[in-house]
Design a protein around this ligand. Structure first.
Ligand SMILES: *Cc1c(COP(=O)(O)O)cnc(C)c1O
Length: 431
């Protein structure tokens, strides 16, 4: 399997090249040159397959010869070692809970798979890989956690001093092992600028094998298709139409679902559920794509005004708007509506939604009002991650799961640096 750049279909890259580069040299996103159709045999075995077995069978079509079967089996077993249960919240309305990974959010799935692929490539080349990542909070901890203990890979996270939440800072600074947290005396934009400068510093790149691990990496997207297959396998009644609602920001999660559908998964409609950052629902309604600056909302992991995976969604449909709107419906909701849904679902069913899952739930219910189908929404984060908001709405304590609690008790370890590039390069060269 080869990959092309969404900006240029002429050039082809192997899976390994695409994963190590992250972004194509022309700044396009990597996209597979063909999408395999998985046969009936695969679909009939799905109800009895675990997430990691599904991961192996799907990804072997995409990695080609760059990773051996034995190693790929190890990677999927090790990366996907937590549950993603499908829970019935109301009659024919299911929550696919994707928050049992180490950072309590669905990004663990992609981050863990990608990190192990990079680890396998580092082993092949015997040269250590250094991942440099700037974070405003959540992404950094999912990426770093994914790499924790992976041999041949060092991770350096840059985060802005005093500008991430206490839980986030604890998650970033207590991992130890091959993870180092740099606390930058500056803003998130400064962190991002420092990382960019390091990537173009020729002297540094001669001495170190630097790689980014951002959310557009193909090895993060691919595993985000696995749990759609798993969810379908778990459904008892598959006679009716099935629709899936995805709370979205950069649209990587939804693109994973579209990928599954193109591989043959019988999902009739996807719902692109957004908060006030509704650039994609607006595109679906008007045919016009108009990226803009983002607003802050209570579902803050979805506060994106220029979604990075939009180019991949367009590639999937060869930019045919009519096809896009046949498969994807848009919906968006305010903070007020989100809070109302959290309270309403809690009072009626006892189920506790997080603000992102609540948007997914709302998008699904809106669609089901005029369509008869079985509905699934993705619950992308544990409600305890948004404890403040959720507790204020339902007026009940939300218990922090033990795996999150443990990191809150560990000692913070970080290195403080200034926002000048000289500070970062001095630190990297000392390593
Ligand atoms: C990142 C994130 C999202 C949005 O996912 P995209 O792939 O960027 O659309 C939704 N919910 C949570 C909790 C997230 O962390």
């Amino acid at each position: 399997m080869k990959y092309f750049s969404t900006n240029n279909k002429g050039l082809r890259y192997s899976f390994k090249e695409a994963v190590i580069k992250g972004l194509a040299p022309d700044e396009g996103l990597f996209f597979p040159e063909s999408i395999p159709h998985l046969g009936n045999d695969f679909f009939s075995r799905l109800p009895n397959m675990s997430l990691s077995e599904i991961g192996y069978e799907v990804s072997k079509h995409f990695v080609g010869e760059d990773i051996t079967d034995t190693v790929l089996k190890e990677i999927t077993r090790d990366a996907l070692n937590f549950e993603t249960p499908l829970v019935e919240v109301e009659k024919e309305v299911y929550s696919l809970e994707l928050f049992y990974g180490p950072t309590c959010a669905f990004k663990d799935v992609g981050a863990r798979f990608m990190s192990r692929c990079l680890g396998a490539f580092a082993k092949q080349s015997k040269r250590k890989i250094t991942i440099l990542v700037a974070t405003s909070g959540d992404t950094g901890s999912a990426v770093a956690n994914g790499f924790l203990g992976v041999e041949g890979v060092d991770v350096i996270i840059l985060y802005p001093k005093n500008k991430v939440s206490e839980i986030q800072e604890q998650q970033l600074t207590t991992m130890g092992k091959n993870i180092t947290a740099l606390e930058v005396n500056g803003t998130f934009d400064d962190c991002q600028a420092l990382v960019k400068m390091a990537f173009v510093d020729e002297d540094l790149n001669k001495k170190m094998n630097l790689t980014s691990a951002n959310s557009i990496n193909i090895a993060r997207l691919l595993p985000q298709s696995f749990y759609y297959f798993y969810a379908w396998g778990q459904l008892k009644d598959k006679e009716k139409e099935i629709v899936i609602s995805v709370p979205s920001g950069n649209y990587g999660n939804l693109t994973g679902g579209l990928l599954a559908k193109q591989m043959g998964l019988p999902i009739s409609v996807f719902i692109a559920s957004a908060n006030k950052n509704k650039v994609v629902p607006d595109y679906l309604a008007s045919g016009k794509y108009e990226p803009r600056s983002s607003f802050s909302t209570i579902s803050n992991a979805m506060d994106v005004g220029a979604p990075s995976n939009f180019a991949r969604m367009m590639e999937m449909y060869q930019k045919e708007y009519k096809q896009v709107i046949r498969d994807i419906k848009g919906a968006w909701f305010s903070d007020q509506e989100t809070k109302h849904a959290i309270l309403d679902v809690y009072e009626r069913t006892g189920y506790i939604l997080d603000p992102h899952g609540a948007i997914g739930y709302l998008g699904l219910k809106k669609h089901l009002r005029s369509n008869s189908a079985i509905g699934i929404f993705l619950e992308t984060a544990h409600p305890a991650k948004f404890k403040g908001t959720v507790e204020e709405v339902i007026n009940v304590d939300v218990e922090i799961p033990t795996y999150l609690k443990e990191c809150l008790e560990k000692e913070k370890q970080s290195v403080v640096i200034g926002k000048d590039y000289a500070d970062l390069s001095a630190f990297l060269l000392r390593k």
